[in-house]
Write a protein of this length. Structure first.
Length: 218
């Protein structure tokens, strides 16, 4: 079975492939296909955006598709950047630019509690979807630390491991992160998920044809 990741993000793709590597599925992302229009992530919640991306990819490609929408929720910033996490410093900003803007916004803040939130949607072409969600709580650092990961990982400190996400190995991060926990829910019921996908995928009906030369022959 092929499962499409509705993303072109190499870091996110690597994490999900690593988490699902023991399952009998071929994981591909949007870079494995031809040009596909971008989906406007204009939902008010992570749930809305995740479903929109997964359903669009499934409908266009005719394959089951998995999308996540996740972001950083900072208490001192009234929940910002939230659903705008990827666009916090502008549409084409780099991870470093987003982190710099966040640290500037937090410069005078002593209350630095934050959480990563993730919603995963697994959709089929005709519309139904399964949803998995999780949250990971931590703190915003005063400066970036670590070279691994992507996004806000260098500024998100996870106290139980005494590391930022960017200081963790992929295995460490996957075991505690918002996306890792949501995918662990998917892993736990993967056999049921496979059955669900097969039940909801469109049935392809192939019609046979008979050549004129063979018609009526024995």
């Amino acid at each position: 079975m092929t499962l499409v990741l509705a993303t072109r993000n190499a870091g996110k793709t690597a994490e999900i492939r690593d988490l699902l590597k023991d399952f009998p599925i071929e994981i591909r992302n949007l870079d494995d296909f031809g040009p596909i229009p971008e989906v406007e992530e204009d939902g008010a919640t992570f749930d809305e955006n995740a479903y929109k991306k997964a359903h669009f990819a499934a409908r266009v490609l005719g394959l089951p598709a998995l999308a996540d929408d996740s972001g950083l929720v900072v208490e001192a910033l009234n929940g910002a950047p939230g659903v705008y996490s990827a666009r916090y410093a502008g549409q084409n900003a780099s991870d470093a630019e987003r982190n710099a803007k966040l640290l500037q916004a937090m410069k005078e803040q002593t209350h630095r509690a934050a959480a990563f939130e993730c919603v995963i949607s697994l959709a089929v072409p005709e519309g139904p979807a399964l949803t998995y969600e999780a949250r990971c709580e931590g703190q915003i650092t005063e400066q970036p630390m670590g070279k691994n990961g992507f996004g806000y990982d260098p500024v998100f400190f996870y106290p139980p491991l005494n590391k930022t996400f960017a200081q963790m190995t992929m295995a460490e991060k996957s075991s505690v992160s918002h996306r890792g926990r949501a995918l662990q829910e998917l892993q736990a019921e993967f056999d049921k998920t496979i059955i669900w996908i097969r039940q909801h995928m469109p049935v392809v009906v192939r019609s046979g044809c008979v050549s004129e030369s063979g018609a009526g022959s024995e």
